[in-house]
Design a protein around this ligand. Structure first.
Ligand code: ZN
Length: 105
């Protein structure tokens, strides 16, 4: 079964500037509170919705991967977490994981 999120209730893109300030440790206490309130609002909205209004459910059949599944791992140049090379993006120095890539974009 495949579940796909279909509701933009989780979208906090209007708080992206604030998010970046928090990530880089430049946010004031009031800004942390503002962001936490926005997250709390999203959580409340999610909890108030029925699953059908959040996700599309489909049945799919998956093929067995052709590769052995063996991957090489490196440390993300940004957060230091060990990540599969295939799931990283090249950076100015080394590679950065998808989470860090998203935070920096
Ligand atoms: Zn990272």
């Amino acid at each position: 079964m495949r579940l796909a999120l279909t509701n933009l209730v989780v979208d906090l893109s209007h708080k992206r500037d604030l998010e970046k300030k928090i990530i880089f440790g430049q946010a004031a206490l009031e800004e942390y509170k503002e962001y936490q309130q926005a997250v709390d609002n999203v959580v409340q909205a999610i909890l108030s919705l029925h699953a059908e209004n959040l996700f599309a459910k489909t049945w799919i059949s998956l093929q067995t991967p052709r590769t052995s599944g063996r991957q090489d791992y490196i440390k993300c140049s940004c957060c230091g977490e060990v990540t599969a090379v295939e799931k990283c993006n090249p950076a100015q120095e080394g590679f950065i994981c998808r989470v860090c890539s998203a935070k920096l974009s």
